[in-house]
Write a protein that binds this ligand. Sequence first.
Ligand code: 87F
Length: 544
Amino acid sequence: MSSGGKGGGAKAGGGAKGGGGGKKKEVKKETKLGMAYKKDDNFGEWYSEVVVNSEMIEYYDISGCYILRPWAMEIWELLKEFFDAEIKKLKLKPYYFPLFVTENVLQKEKDHIEGFAPEVAWVTKSGKSELEAPIAIRPTSETVMYPYFSKWIRSHRDLPLRCNQWCNVVRWEFSNPTPFIRSREFLWQEGHTAFATKEEADEEVLQILELYRRIYEEFLAVPVSKGRKSEMEKFAGGLYTTSVEAFIPNTGRGIQGATSHCLGQNFAKMFDITFENEKGAREMVWQNSWAYTTRSVILTPYLIENLLSVLHKLFFLIMYRFLQIGVMVMTHGDDKGLVLPPRVAPIQVIVIPVPYKDADTTAIKGACESAVYTLNESGFRADLDTRENYSPGWKYSHWEMKGVPLRIEIGPKDLANKQVRIVRRDNGAKVDIPVDNLVDEVKALLDDIQANLLKTAKEKRDACIEVIHTWDEFTIALNNKRLILAPWCDEEEVEKDVKTRTKGDLGAAKTLCTPFDQPELPEGTLCFASGKPAKKWSFWGRSY
Ligand code: 87F
């Protein structure tokens, strides 16, 4: 398959032949639809094909930059709508800070920036003249925001300060000579908050983590585990990091879905963010930050060295920047393309007229329009595909490729019987239902699909979990692409050692998280890797 992203997308064929009802339509020059790769045979290429053919992603002529088409943007917007409403209930306020940051300010955070420095993009010119001093484009906004937190926070009455911004950030990758490995610009939300006490900060970390869990489980129908990152895997600038972790059974890799950090007082020290408490004494604030899809964790030399094929690079790129959407595609997609959970589907129900031979096409079209109207009025996202230069069969494949949860077909027989045929995307099941029951049936089916996708994904994920106790069991489980739950002594040296001992073509194993939901740890349980007394159960595995 060509990597140019031109393959297979549903492109318009010959010119549409308009015309009144009843006239036989000429259907011609349909592009062939369908997938060249199978999910179980070649997962990476299958994934790349799905995101392009479903019209979520298009390539662009600057390497590392991609066009997000409406099918991806609408999913992003649905998630944004939910998350934004929820954080507003938590009294988060919308802000917008500038895209640019001066070198001076960026350097304030130099300990943390150091490792990331090669990724920072700079503006050096305006027109033909050099700027007096280069200006950086934000890779994240700590240094942009925190000087103003320092200015705005004076007294305990100014706390808590809760700020969220939806924006783009730029991280330029010079070190990587090949295009596609990661997008250089991406969208995210970044929350930055400051509190008078650690307790308040701790509480918010978990409130946000719960919202991230809901995005994955209730919207994307992807099961995740909430937990805490190890000292090695946490955000180095913070006190502790919590995350939601998903797992991809096909590749046997864990994937960090989103992180919610407690920054402690590290940045308060650096940026002098202090307040006068009720007794008149100065104290440093406690801060948090959280975002979807930031996964510095995969920017490791290992991945850069090992992602060889261009398509695999694209695959990791999309995983990295649009993580939620990527995990969802991987979890539910099949050999016909995307399978969208109803709550994030830009179109939940697609209605397709099926005019046979001399059928009354005007009446069929009327019944289709009426079904769409009724569904839209009841709050569903329904749409009608009346394009006349495509056959019904082509349309079925097209909307299957795009993952629309329900298809309604209306033909002459349905019209005569005052019924419609409904076909489910998740399992292909077909039912004929009376038009009068349309709204109730659609609601029940969409709810069932949403629940069914999560249930199936959870069963598949759970079937991959393996509880182990010894090093031998660990290596066997790792080779079998398992999500490993192991008793661990919680020592950084031991995690480093596990990484060294498991290095190889597929990448080293590491901790994914220590799940909050801890199984019982009987007295005397030993660490699988060091043989020392175990302190906790942690998830281990390879990850993205
Ligand atoms: C790349 C270039 C410069 C990640 C970078 O997780 C700086 C950075 O600070 C950088 N890549 N990071 C860490 C971001 C941490 C933090 N920022 C706010 C989050 C949540 C949102």
